[in-house]
Design a protein around this ligand. Sequence first.
Ligand code: ADP
Ligand code: MG
Length: 517
Amino acid sequence: MCRRPEIFRTLFILLIAYYQLPIAHCLLSITFAPVKENEKYQVVIGLEVHTQLLTQSKLFCGDSAAFSTEPNTHISPVTLAHPGTLPKMNVKAIEYAIKLGLALHCDIEQHNYFARKNYFYPDLPKGYQVSQHTTPICKNGFVPIRVADRERNIRLNRIHIEEDAGKSLHDVDENYTAIDLNRAGVPLLEIVSEPDMHSSDEAFAYITELRKLVTWLGICDGNMEEGSMRCDANISIRLTGDTKLGTRVEVKNLNSIRNVKRAIDVEVERLIGLVENDQTIIQETRSYDADNNSTFSLRSKEDADDYRYFPEPDLSPFHITDDYLVEIKNGLPVLPGVLIQRYIKEFKLSDYDAAVLCDDKAQAAYFEAVIKYTDNYKAVANWMLGPVKSHLNDRNIAYDAFTLPAEKLAALIELVETGKVNFGIAASKVLPALLLQPEKQPLQIATEMNLLQESDSSSIEQWVDEAIAAMPDKVKQYQAGKKGLIGLFAGEVKKRSKGKADMTMVTEILEKKLNKQ
Ligand code: ADP
Ligand code: MG
């Protein structure tokens, strides 16, 4: 998706080159006007991403951490902060934080403690949020991104553990705000980047990569719409070449990766508009309204908030031992970046195929399962990202719900590779039949449906003769040098054989006969 502007640009350029149409020039200047403006200004973006951890229970008590549509059902006295209740640390959250930190090349802080961040808000029962303050569990590190074939590492400032607040619902009652405390106390990782991104495409790629990693590690379901991943975008602009950061605005409530991109785009336009009109940018927190694709001010942020941080007295500091770190490191799954390189080097896949296969862990696992039965790696990638993927897309399901045994797909691929069925027929006829009868072998299905390719040379010769006889003028043109016409003859043979002729043989025989005549 992030390549789309590049594609459009290329299309326009091709259009101009081909037609030399003044109208295309005109369209080009309209479409890409903002790019021109951005050359005067550099956009600077830093993202804060909150990811909800997939632990069974909350960060400091045994209440379920699962998403629930029934409000206030996961609320023990600890969540409600009744007097006398005490927090107890959920060790799984620490394990997950370390996993992510290691996957993102961070330094892991071994001495940790929690602090109270005090503020008053109705969905915060304790009156403070328990968070890590000066000692985030992960520091430094980076997220590798790729935009328009350019790779960059976006540096991380920190990843820290904290508890979530409840939810204030302003739209269930006309006069009152309703409070749902199911989410209060659910463990979060806050992932804070350095202000290293310079376009909404980079921000898009960054969150896409983060989402891929947290789901790959199984520490978050990555569902932005349900709020399991939430993003605040800090945005500023400065004159290109300046090194000092400009005044930033922070845009909250970004509940999809697409909205992060859209919000940045409108906000950058607004900021540039202010500066161009000699107005001052004030540091403020804004909200994004997806319906109107606009942002509006929530509060100004001129004074630093005073959260009166102090170490949480009810939780002891915790130390991460070297052994525990090694244990977690050894338990990490092979990460997508490593797999991509392996697929490129060992299986000779293209950068693109390798990267797309590793977009999703279940998809990569399926690829690994299929190549146990065939070493036609490129063909497996083509099938998985082509016909199988469109079947899954049509049903709106992903590879984790794909039930065809890997060996059956491998057998189907072998049928094509050995010339028994041609690719088009295998994809359009055998695959759908196989999905309905996965217990059968692809060869059996192709035989029963009478779809096996004809590689008997006498029948092919007959179709070739018929095709040649039917187009005498084309034969003359071919012989006069228009060699591209071979495709036309091949198509005719394909039609006469009802798609069953082995096309490699067809081409061979056609060339022999046409060149002889
Ligand atoms: P706060 O908690 O007040 O939002 P942080 O120090 O946690 O402040 O920074 C939040 C994010 O803002 C970080 O991702 C950082 O990279 C980004 N950021 C800071 N200054 C700027 C700026 N001038 N322009 C863009 N992003 C910025
Ligand atoms: Mg912030």
